[in-house]
Design a protein around this ligand. Structure first.
Ligand SMILES: [Zn+2]
Length: 213
């Protein structure tokens, strides 16, 4: 806790002072982010850091495993995600939605564990059901992989499954039809700091920072 308080002092002294105009403009004019960024709660995955954006730039929604429950599947779990999607697309008028997974994701690992391990954690048990579609895709398409390979593949495939779920939202379908919304599947590799984007044309993830020194 002390680290947070000393961090606030440091923030006030340096970052806020250096960006006072930006903060005051944001306070006056409100937010106008251009992207909705959906990613995992993992403490190592901070989209504002790895995209080097500023406060006011990204509308961020995080949950364990970066799941996007399908539109109104009857469970209340997805309400928070759905509200963020509807608000971002129709009220903030974001131009892009990025769903971003990451390496070494605890949620992807948990999908392969016996659910009895979470007997005392009913919300985790319930939430992990949103990974069932991903498990099925991996089991069908990547038999005979090692545990490590399977985990990496699961994280990458999970983003694509969640992208499909995202497309079940009427607000997303309508905005995409109007040509004012684009959706993207990304993947962040923690150790290397690499960020990949999925290319639907090529059917694979590609480095987004190709060609840099
Ligand atoms: Zn994660």
């Amino acid at each position: 806790m002390e680290k947070l308080i000393s961090g606030i002092h440091q923030f006030r002294k340096q970052y806020w002072s250096d960006n006072r105009d930006l903060f005051q403009k944001l306070a006056r004019q409100g937010q106008s982010p251009s992207e909705l960024f959906i990613t995992c709660c993992d403490s190592r995955v901070d989209p504002t850091v790895f995209t080097q954006r500023q406060p006011g730039d990204l509308f961020v929604y995080r949950n364990i495993g970066n799941f996007v429950p399908p539109y109104r599947d009857g469970r209340l779990d997805g309400t928070g995600v759905g509200a963020a999607i509807e608000y971002a697309v129709d009220h903030l008028r974001v131009r892009d939605i990025i769903v971003c997974g990451h390496s070494d994701c605890g949620a992807m690992n948990a999908l392969y564990r016996d659910r009895k391990a979470f007997a005392e954690s009913p919300h985790i048990t319930e939430w992990l059901k949103y990974g069932d579609g991903t498990l099925a895709v991996v089991a069908d398409n990547y038999p005979g992989k090692s545990k490590e390979e399977r985990l990496a593949i699961t994280s990458e495939e999970n983003v694509l499954v969640q992208m499909e779920n995202l497309r079940t939202y009427p607000v997303v379908q309508r905005a995409a039809r109007e040509g004012r919304l684009f959706v993207h599947a990304w993947f962040f590799e923690i150790g290397e700091g690499n960020v990949y984007g999925y290319s639907p044309e090529k059917g694979q993830y590609e480095l987004l920072h190709l060609g840099e020194e």
